[in-house]
Design a binder for this molecule. Sequence first.
Ligand code: HEM
Length: 70
Amino acid sequence: MDRHLMTFGHGSRTCIGKNISIMKMGKLVPQIIRKFEIEWASDKPEWHVETFWFAKQHGVICRLRSRDLF
Ligand code: HEM
């Protein structure tokens, strides 16, 4: 499946930040989940995604509580 990943483009003009971004996502996302309790805090039931060139998310309203306080 990795051969078909187009998130960072492909070929000679592929994203030069690809490897650092994958490394950061692999470290940052687990750390956020590890350190914080995340709770949906919007009055709407879902967020909204618009995908044209980029996939833009709107209305991702969350409350984060430090797990250190529990
Ligand atoms: C999640 C993060 C990122 C995504 C999804 C992303 C995505 C992309 C995409 C789709 C392209 C166009 C590739 C193509 O035309 O085939 C691109 C190009 C590029 N990206 Fe990223 N990128 C990310 C992070 C970064 C970071 C952190 C850097 C710099 C440290 C970076 C630097 C660049 C540069 C300089 C280009 C132009 C390359 C060229 O035209 O030769 N990107 N990126």
